[in-house]
Design a protein around this ligand. Structure first.
Ligand code: SF4
Length: 289
């Protein structure tokens, strides 16, 4: 793909993204690095619509790094309601404490420093550096990876080479506004260039090699999610929901309140204790303080 092609491609994606730009609360004017960090941690494993409904409440409760750092673990887990995967709440809480201790309460702009924070991997570090600080990094989530691989390399990401996809993503990245670019690519992958792509409404159709090759919708089927019903994740979520409303509960109380059998409740409760989300006091469990 040449520079002559990349400029109009970027323009087309920017124009498509413009009306979506303020579509989520963490993208609105005046949102600082702390809010970007919180939103990116929430978005790691939770659908965007659920994050949209929980994000503002969380920010009202903990408006800045120091208020989150000073909170109790139990209050952070309570404010995480509806988002699932509570280990992230614990990691975010630890991250706020680390930022206060090591960075004077200010989110660091450098991805290497960001990656030292609990629960912040390469993707989240690049996303925060690009979106909050305008640094030229690609936030390579599953959507960005799929769009890049299809448009530039003309194949599904599973059929390609990770290094080539990373190089192609850096080639496309708009250096004038890396944060906007990353979010536009994420939105395109989520709304249009889905596993079964909707090329007829895609702003990149003119330049897309995958489309040119006549492959849309022929090779990829949506990946099947593991069943939630009966899973350990379901048991953990229900136990945390019970302990949000009660000061403590024993195994029998948790079995009665969750409707889940005793073996699963015991296993899930032990995992929550290991992850620092719940603590055990004698025969009772409560949210960690
Ligand atoms: S043209 Fe089709 S395959 Fe190419 S980026 Fe757009 S939606 Fe994806």
């Amino acid at each position: 793909m040449t520079a002559l092609e990349i400029s109009p491609l970027r323009r087309a994606l920017r124009a498509w993204y413009r009306p979506r730009r303020e579509g989520y609360p963490w993208r609105r004017q005046g949102t600082g690095p702390y809010a970007v960090l919180v939103s990116e941690v929430m978005l790691q494993q939770t659908q965007v619509a659920r994050v949209a409904s929980a994000f503002e409440g969380f920010l009202r409760r903990f408006p800045d790094v120091s208020s989150l750092a000073a909170a109790s673990r139990a209050d952070v887990v309570r404010a995480w309601a509806g988002l699932g995967y509570h280990r992230r709440a614990v990691a975010l809480h630890e991250t706020a404490r680390t930022i206060v201790r090591m960075h004077g309460g200010t989110v660091p702009p450098d991805p290497r420093a960001l990656r030292q924070l609990p629960g912040v991997g390469p993707y989240t570090a690049s996303a925060v550096a690009a979106i909050a600080f305008g640094r030229p990094f690609v936030a390579m989530d599953v959507n960005v990876r799929r769009v890049t691989s299809r448009v530039v390399l003309g194949r599904e990401p599973e059929d390609g080479n990770g290094r080539q996809i990373a190089t192609a993503a850096r080639l496309l990245l708009d250096p004038r506004s890396p944060g906007t670019w990353n979010q536009a690519m994420m939105d395109l992958g989520r709304e249009v260039c889905r596993p079964v792509p909707r090329c007829e409404v895609c702003p990149l159709e003119r330049w897309c090699r995958f489309r040119d090759a006549g492959r849309p919708g022929t090779t990829t089927t949506a990946r099947k999610q593991p069943a939630f019903e009966g899973s350990n994740r379901q048991a953990r979520g229900r136990i945390v929901a019970v302990l949000r409303d009660r000061p403590s509960a024993g195994i029998a109380g948790l079995v009665a309140a969750t409707g889940i059998d005793v073996d699963r409740v015991e296993g899930a409760a032990a995992g929550l204790v290991r992850d620092g989300i719940v603590e055990r006091r004698g025969r009772s469990f409560r949210l960690a303080r």
